[in-house]
Design a protein around this ligand. Structure first.
Ligand SMILES: C[S@@+](CC[C@H](N)C(=O)[O-])C[C@H]1O[C@@H](n2cnc3c(N)ncnc32)[C@H](O)[C@@H]1O
Length: 204
């Protein structure tokens, strides 16, 4: 059986990678690096920087082109489902490159459990694999640390949602994936703590 390591790498700073993530990357025979085109080359560069700095094995580096979701599909859920199906085929091809009994690793932005579809797509791959997840520092932790704030008020909930879903803000809210600049419609009285990128990052 092949092992697929889904490794959280933090959200841009190589300093945020964990000891467990470094160990997992060094255990892999093949490291998968997503290529989202020239406009997002910085995302692949961060992964290459992390590999150059922390991986001492002679693992193979395999770049793969990430297909784009059809934005024209009016049903968002169906569009994402179709896109994941295409990605599952891409992942199958990558997994074919892992030697039998060996391991391949996906370097996932932030943490694999927060607004990331790698685990869902791997569930659709038909090849029998063991999936192991290594947690990473999320954009949420990077944000609160940068501002020196706690995420929640004492005993209070926090909503994590996307710009697409952002309606009237009724509780403390973390807004991910705000490529549509939903914050422009938000109550001007709101206190907004910005993420660290110079422009809103919509995709990782
Ligand atoms: C596809 S989600 C990935 C989230 C990631 N799995 C995590 O744990 O943070 C991408 C969204 O995360 C947020 N994000 C990720 N990296 C960021 C960064 N360096 N600065 C600000 N926001 C970031 C943005 O809201 C972006 O649209």
């Amino acid at each position: 059986m092949k092992t697929i390591l889904v490794v959280g790498i933090g959200t841009g700073s190589p300093e945020h990678i964990t000891v467990a993530a470094i160990a997992a990357l060094n255990q892999a025979d093949v490291l998968f690096i997503p290529d989202k085109g020239a406009s997002k080359a910085d995302l692949a560069d961060v992964r290459r920087t992390i590999i150059a700095r922390f991986v001492t094995s002679n693992a193979r580096h395999l770049s793969y082109a990430v297909p784009r979701r059809k934005a024209a599909e009016p049903d968002y859920g169906r569009g994402v489902d179709d896109w994941h199906g295409v990605l599952a085929d891409v992942f199958s091809g990558l997994i074919d490159q892992v030697p039998d009994g060996g391991a391949g690793a996906f370097l996932v932005w932030g943490d694999p459990g927060l607004y990331d579809s790698t685990l869902r797509i791997l569930e659709r791959v038909e090849t029998p694999i063991e999936v192991l997840v290594v947690p990473g520092i999320t954009a949420v932790q990077a944000l609160t640390a940068a501002h020196g704030i706690a995420l929640n008020r004492i005993g209070e909930p926090v909503l994590i949602t996307t710009g697409r879903q952002l309606g009237a803000v009724e509780t403390d809210t973390v807004v991910m994936l705000d490529g549509q600049l939903a914050f422009l419609q938000a109550d001007p009285e709101l206190e907004i703590f910005w993420g660290l990128t110079s422009a809103p990052r919509t995709s990782c």
